[in-house]
Design a binder for this molecule. Structure first.
Ligand code: GDP
Length: 552
């Protein structure tokens, strides 16, 4: 071999690597990955639908709803959801807009599933907080916001239903500031609401977009049609004089005294760009999308266990398993593991290592989920969500990678607040155990056991009551097992990090039940905060460090 040839080969290899990295960088930069958080009924499905409409992912309004209503849809693969009228499961949806690839992670609206929301947000780069203009901040907005805060995501606020009487925009901004300590930067500003809703003033373009109620089919793609300058005399003919004068004053005030759009603060989740509109009427949605694609965070570098950062354009692939779900399709018993690509390029059939087990697996049959339609994915880049058929190899929080080992920090679980024994009829023990293992693997619920060897019934530990109902419902629907639930009076759990030796040294503990988790680690259960506070002195010293969470 000639020396010249070798260096030629090296040079072309280096060139290829450079090209690859360019593609990785470009693809990551055009990804916008986000989750919508909202109180039930604020209009999440309506907004989602309109976003998908703009992205051409669906072609008619009503498609999301129709999918919801039909029998075999992902978002109500459980009868329970339909019965309760809530959306429990989350899916990832992808659409294109203006050269951007939008990845929308759906989060459950109900607060009993905030743990699922947290896991989904572990895979998200941005949060969109959707509010009903008449209601402002609601209970679930609060709970979900806390979860977003934990993740320090940039937050974009969409105030919906302006076609109905709404709170004053200043009042809404005030709520954000007072309750969440979140400063607001209105990107557009509503002119009236309800019957007097005329449209929005769009601050970047300094134009007023007039509201037109969309027709019955809701298909008008550009509901914000006509636009005028704020001082255009034509506006005087269209907007009531007092309303126009008020809005002109407000805008002046905002421009002079309001927050500046400081993007660093937006990225830290301290300042939220705010949008007003009406999802149902498809108004303000495109203005939102335009700003959102421009302002939202693209996939960023991620810190690993060892505090090393992995860049999205790293040549080596890495991903995070954030959600496991079984039996999504009632027609095929299946298990899907959802991963978020964190770096490099995902390719169909590629072999990856699982950081936790060191096992190598081939990622076959990757899927992108859109409601119930699954398309096979050939490739993916940072910010993408891919569903993998899960042969039981994955656990929530797993890192998968090629190249040098990486491991992302585990996704912490929430501290359970509700406890109950779950029992089945004696003849169904085997199916019961199978169901329990399945649901545990998905992280649908936590399970503890009594430390008393005579009590073998599993103790479910949950954050919200609905989690119990889901377990019981799925036990019946998917495993054919009838169960009964015996609620327990505990409300707090503390893991004894030092293990059983510490428990033994602590001696007799009053008002405390000692249980163990599925790994056999000691967990103390208390009826209330007061009981926990009673552990003091020598006992407290002997027990050592207590944690409200199971450390993964
Ligand atoms: P979700 O529960 O958050 O998914 O909310 P939906 O999208 O299902 O909407 C809840 C209700 O509010 C439905 O009856 C919608 O038709 C209605 N809705 C959604 N957006 C708007 C809007 O912009 N204006 C009005 N007036 N109603 C809306």
């Amino acid at each position: 071999e000639q020396p010249g040839e070798a260096s030629d080969a090296e040079a072309s290899e280096a060139k290829q690597a450079e090209l690859d990295q360019k593609v990785l960088r470009r693809e990551a930069a055009r990804r916008r990955n986000f989750a919508i958080i909202a109180h039930a009924d604020a209009g999440k499905s309506s907004l989602t639908e309109k976003l998908l409409l703009y992205g051409g992912a669906i072609h008619e309004a009503g498609a999301v709803k129709a999918r919801r209503a039909s029998r075999h849809v992902t978002s109500d693969w459980m009868e329970l959801e339909k019965q309760r009228g809530i959306s429990i499961t989350s899916t990832a949806m992808t659409f294109d807009y203006d050269g951007f690839q939008m990845n929308l992670l759906d989060t459950p609206g109900h607060q009993d599933f905030s743990e699922d929301t947290y896991r989904t947000l572990a895979a998200a780069d941005n949060a969109v907080m959707l509010m009903d203009g008449a209601k402002g901040i609601e209970a679930q907005t609060r709970k979900l916001f806390e979860v977003v805060r934990l993740r320090k995501l940039p937050i974009f606020t969409f105030v919906n239903k302006l076609d109905r009487p709404a709170l004053e925009p200043m009042e809404l901004m005030d709520q954000l500031e007072k309750e969440f300590g979140l400063q607001a930067y209105p990107v557009n500003w509503p002119i009236g609401s309800g019957d007097r809703f005329v449209g929005v003033y769009h601050r970047p373009s300094k134009l007023v977009y007039l509201f037109e109620r969309s027709g019955r089919d809701g298909r008008s793609r550009r509901a914000q049609g006509t636009a005028f300058a704020l001082d255009d005399p034509q506006l005087d003919g269209l907007v009531e004089a007092d309303l126009l004068a008020e809005v002109r004053d407000e805008i002046e005030l905002l421009d002079e005294l309001g927050e500046e759009l400081d993007m660093e603060r937006v990225m830290r989740g301290e300042l939220t760009p705010v949008f007003f509109g009406s999802a149902m009427n498809n108004f303000g949605v495109e203005l939102f999308l335009q700003s959102f694609t421009e302002l939202a965070a693209s996939p960023a570098k991620r810190s690993t266990h060892e505090d090393v950062s992995v860049r999205p354009d790293d040549v080596h692939f890495s991903g995070l398993v954030f959600k496991l779900q079984a039996n999504m399709d009632p027609r095929h018993r299946d298990k899907v593991a959802f991963i978020r690509v964190c770096s490099g390029k995902f390719e169909k059939g590629m072999k990856v290592k699982i950081a936790r087990t060191g096992r190598t697996v081939a990622l076959s049959r990757p899927q992108k989920m859109f409601a119930q339609d699954r398309t096979t994915v050939q490739e993916g880049f940072a910010g993408d969500v891919i569903g993998l058929n899960n042969p039981g190899a994955f656990a929530i929080g797993d890192t998968i990678f090629t190249g040098p080992a990486v491991r992302y920090p585990p996704i912490p679980s929430f501290s359970p607040e509700l406890f109950a024994y779950l029992r089945c009829t004696p003849g169904q023990k085997k199916a019961f155990q199978k169901g329990l293992d399945g649901l545990l693997g998905e992280g649908a619920v936590q399970v503890l056991y009594s430390n008393d060897d005579f009590v073998t019934d599993p103790m479910l530990a949950a954050v919200g009551q609905l989690q119990f109902e889901v377990v019981q419902h799925r036990m019946k629907a998917e495993y054919g097992v009838d169960t009964t639930l015996e609620p327990l009076a505990y409300s707090l759990a503390r893991w004894v990090l030092g293990g059983w030796d510490c428990v033994a040294r602590a001696g007799r503990l009053f008002n405390t039940t000692v249980a163990k988790d599925v790994y056999g680690r000691p967990v103390l259960l208390f009826r209330n905060e007061f009981a926990l506070q009673q552990i003091t002195g020598d006992a407290a010293k002997a027990l050592g460090e207590l944690s409200p969470y199971a450390i993964p």
